[in-house]
Design a protein around this ligand. Structure first.
Ligand code: FE
Ligand code: FE
Ligand code: ZN
Length: 290
């Protein structure tokens, strides 16, 4: 069973996203609850969220992978940006308390100068604080797992290696308590890990074994399925359509078919219009039947 889908615009509301994805042939999707570049999130009615919840249940969708805004940087050097980023994430998670059982992923952030160790600590503190605050405000436990995304390691980006993600999770748990462990996970972006230097083309088994050693495959909750415009280790982060980049169709096919990666939502973040996404969803479904 594969759950495959793509990024969908929230501009027409929540239920509209589910219907749109269904038309493209997908059975999961991702969306930005606010403008991906930041700013105010769209006002959504409780009815619209409930309608989507019912729709994805009726149509047997996999878990959705909601994406935090790119502009969020909870380890920014400036206090004001950090505070603002925390506010955005808290607002997203609070709203998603009404859409339970899904994932919320975000880019760990860029330390922009204060060093990886400080960055890791700031991210861990932010995650622990925000989850606690979300639970206090909504008066119920966190309803969606929070996923740290594997990054390409561009510039001062945190999360370009599995060890850093593990360090964030462990530190967040040591701050927030052991019950936080089940509320955190990782989103595995194929373009990003390739660009970070993990060779999933010639050694997918080795990369997954390493992930399992460092973090544990149980915590690999979702996959961003992208080809890359650049070579392994380039640290560039430029996505490409499936099969048209340097990772290639055979290696990406091996990812979606890998026995250790089954039953996860796979999200396309490839440069595409709707027709392109529809085609890629079809392609991935064909790979599963090979
Ligand atoms: Fe992302
Ligand atoms: Fe991604
Ligand atoms: Zn990317």
């Amino acid at each position: 069973m594969i759950y495959i889908g793509n990024h969908v615009s929230v501009s027409k509301g929540y239920l509209a996203m589910g219907r749109h994805e269904h038309k493209l042939g997908g059975n999961t999707f991702a969306f930005f609850p606010r403008n991906p570049r930041g700013g105010k999130s769209k006002q959504v009615s409780a009815e619209d969220m409930e309608a989507l919840r019912q729709y994805i249940s009726d149509n047997q969708f996999g878990k959705l992978v909601v994406h935090g805004a790119y502009t969020m940087n909870v380890c920014a050097a400036k206090d004001e940006i950090r505070a603002n980023s925390r506010e955005m994430m808290r607002d997203d998670l609070l709203r998603l308390q009404s859409l339970p059982g899904n994932f919320y992923n975000f880019h760990p952030g860029c330390h922009v100068g204060q060093g990886n160790q400080t960055g890791v600590r700031q991210i861990a503190e932010a995650v622990a604080d925000i989850i606690r605050e979300t639970e206090q405000t909504s008066k119920i436990p966190l309803q969606n797992k929070v996923l740290l995304e594997t990054m390409a390691g561009k510039g001062s980006e945190i999360g370009g290696c599995f060890e850093e993600l593990k360090a964030i999770i462990d530190l967040a748990v040591s701050i927030g308590g052991e019950e936080l462990r089940g509320k955190l996970g990782v989103c595995f972006d194929t373009c990003h890990i390739w660009d970070a230097g993990y060779d999933i083309q010639t050694d997918l088994d080795g990369v997954l074994a390493h992930f399992d050693d460092v973090i544990g495959l149980n915590d690999l909750c979702a996959v961003h399925l992208n080809d890359s415009k650049n070579t392994c280790g380039s640290r560039k982060d430029r996505h490409e359509q499936l099969g048209k980049g340097m990772i290639g169709a055979d290696a990406l096919c091996a990812v979606v078919r890998h026995p250790l990666l089954q039953n996860r939502p796979f999200i396309l973040e490839t440069p595409n219009d709707d027709a392109g996404y529809k085609q890629e969803i079809q392609t991935v479904r064909e790979w599963m039947l090979r």
